[in-house]
Design a protein around this ligand. Structure first.
Ligand code: AKG
Ligand code: FE2
Length: 165
């Protein structure tokens, strides 16, 4: 399955989804992407292009993973749209060290530093979607994800496999 013209990546971490890579945006969307990029990236970082758009169905979820360092650099910035969701970060060496983020529609999360490399990230499935005591019912969720390229990789050398695999 793919969104208009998109390429489907077969990824084990993500369930109940379709996705695409998008390089053409309306002027209004470009302005939003520029704000995201100004907030999340330093001028020295080259961005993976095009932008990754992920459409998770209400029953869809993302299992814990660390984006591949082969294809994704030091920063991941995700704009979370439509349904609220809970993102959980768990330390890969110390599973008792974890935190959860409530991603309200329109919120932006930025994974960099330790959060990028030392913690896995996941989006909880509807049955487990709680933020503390608060139930966060899941509906369709769309995320728009900007990533930096691995250090030293030029725009022409971008790898093809999905960062989550
Ligand atoms: O949907 C998101 O916000 C995160 C997606 C993700 O983790 C990935 O594509 O690697
Ligand atoms: Fe990821």
């Amino acid at each position: 399955m793919s969104i208009a013209g998109g390429r489907t990546w077969n990824c084990k971490a993500i369930h109940g989804f379709r996705e695409t890579e998008k390089s053409r945006w309306s002027e209004a969307s470009r302005a939003i992407l520029q704000r995201v990029q100004a907030a999340a990236f330093t001028p020295g970082q080259t961005l993976l292009s095009p932008v990754h758009v992920l459409d998770l169905e209400p029953r869809g979820y993302i299992k814990p993973h660390v984006d591949s360092i082969k294809f994704c650099g030091a920063t991941i910035a995700g704009l979370s749209l439509l349904s609220p969701s809970v993102m959980r970060l768990v330390h890969t060496q110390e599973p008792g060290e974890w935190l959860e983020l409530l991603l309200e529609p329109g919120s932006l999360y930025i994974l960099r530093g330790s959060a990028r490399y030392d913690f896995s990230h996941e989006i909880l499935r509807d049955e487990e979607s709680f933020f503390g005591e608060r139930r966060v019912p899941r509906g369709r969720r769309i995320s728009v994800i900007c990533r930096s390229l691995p250090e030293g990789m030029g725009p022409g050398e971008q790898g093809q496999p999905p960062p989550a695999c």
